[in-house]
Write a protein that binds this ligand. Structure first.
Ligand code: MN
Length: 188
């Protein structure tokens, strides 16, 4: 499909846009990813809280195009583990992505299949380059929504399954009121 130039607006504080489709992930959609699954289940019984939203352009996934949108991770914790996105590799593993933080505070936690990992601080005005081969997950360590704007090649695809099966090598938890990066005891 040949496109004409266009523009759209994103709210810097909320990440919301009227033009994009929004997908929501609730705690019940990802409870097994947290270290303390019992705690997650206990929380869901009271209220199945929304952990994050992301907005999407509904384009075809072709290499000539780019996809962009916002990711909004809400503040909260399961036990002492901060709210986060599921995280994913790209199906076309070699394709990169850029995230630009619009508001909030958090980390982009990244790892490769070979076992390298990096945690980059996200705060308003900061851009993170996620090279090909690096899985990426954003984690909200603050008390307001963590809003990032992302752009990637439209045919990259999302591989959530690898993280769902194996987990992440590292987790970010709150200890003595501060974020701490720890080994994931459930990593396979
Ligand atoms: Mn991605």
């Amino acid at each position: 499909m040949v496109k004409k130039p266009f523009s759209m607006s994103f709210d810097l504080k909320t990440g919301n846009t009227e033009e994009n489709k929004t997908t929501s992930r609730f705690l019940s959609n990802m409870k097994d990813m947290y270290m303390d699954v019992d705690k997650a289940e206990e929380m869901i019984k009271k209220e199945d809280v929304k952990v994050y939203d992301f907005t999407e352009l509904g384009f075809d996934e072709v290499e000539q195009d780019l996809l962009y949108g916002t990711s909004i991770v809400y503040p909260g914790k399961v036990g002492n583990e901060y709210f986060m996105t599921k995280g994913h590799f790209h199906t076309k593993l070699d394709l990169a992505e850029v995230y630009y933080c619009l508001s909030g505070r958090g980390y982009m936690l990244m790892e490769t299949p070979e076992g390298d990992w990096e945690a980059v601080l996200l705060e308003a005005g900061k851009a993170v380059y996620v090279p090909g081969r690096w899985a990426h997950r954003s984690i909200n360590i603050g008390d307001e929504p963590l809003v990032t704007f992302f752009v990637f090649r439209a045919d990259a695809g999302h591989d959530y399954g690898t993280i769902e099966t194996k987990g992440y090598r590292k987790l970010i938890v709150e200890k003595d009121g501060k974020p701490e990066i720890i080994d994931n005891p459930k990593w396979k």
